[in-house]
Design a protein around this ligand. Structure first.
Ligand code: AMP
Length: 131
């Protein structure tokens, strides 16, 4: 299946890349709830996250864990909140958002406006902290 996120993974659409391995890809959400809001996707597109085969889903979570640690190292917060919505883009993705309270991960909130430079700096900082 070809999705906007598949095009991002292939480099056909630009993104602020944070990390990748052979199977997964992480990049900044373009309409973030907070600085550091990152999306983790499997390179192989599946619409619904719970249709992903067990081993792949487990590996996706381990990859998300690494990314979450790198976000937290740069954007101090109580925790990195994790959510899956998936109503907009039919390519399973995990949202990782720095949070200090439940309201910080409320998608009805006004999003943070960032410049191209700010997005680049955030992505670079997180990318350099990936272990
Ligand atoms: P949902 O499918 O409901 O989880 O929402 C899709 C999310 O993807 C939203 O938070 C969007 O801001 C984000 N998004 C959509 N297109 C892009 C893109 N080209 N680059 C980065 N994030 C995107």
């Amino acid at each position: 299946m070809e999705t906007i996120f598949t095009k991002i993974v292939k480099g056909e659409i630009p993104c602020y890349k944070v990390a990748e391995n052979d199977r997964f890809f992480a990049f900044l959400d373009i309409n973030p709830l907070a600085k550091g809001h990152t999306l983790v996707v499997p390179k192989n597109a599946t619409d619904y996250i719970f249709d992903i085969e067990d081993e792949e889903l487990g590996a996706m979570m381990v990859f998300a864990k690494k990314v979450a640690k790198a976000i937290k190292a740069n954007y101090p917060c109580q925790k990195i909140g994790m959510t899956v919505i998936g109503l907009e883009v039919p390519h399973a993705h995990i949202h990782l958002v720095p949070i200090n309270g439940v309201n910080d991960i409320d998608f009805r909130r006004e999003k943070v406006k960032l410049t191209d430079e700010e997005f680049k700096e955030i992505a670079s900082k997180i990318a350099h902290s990936i272990e």
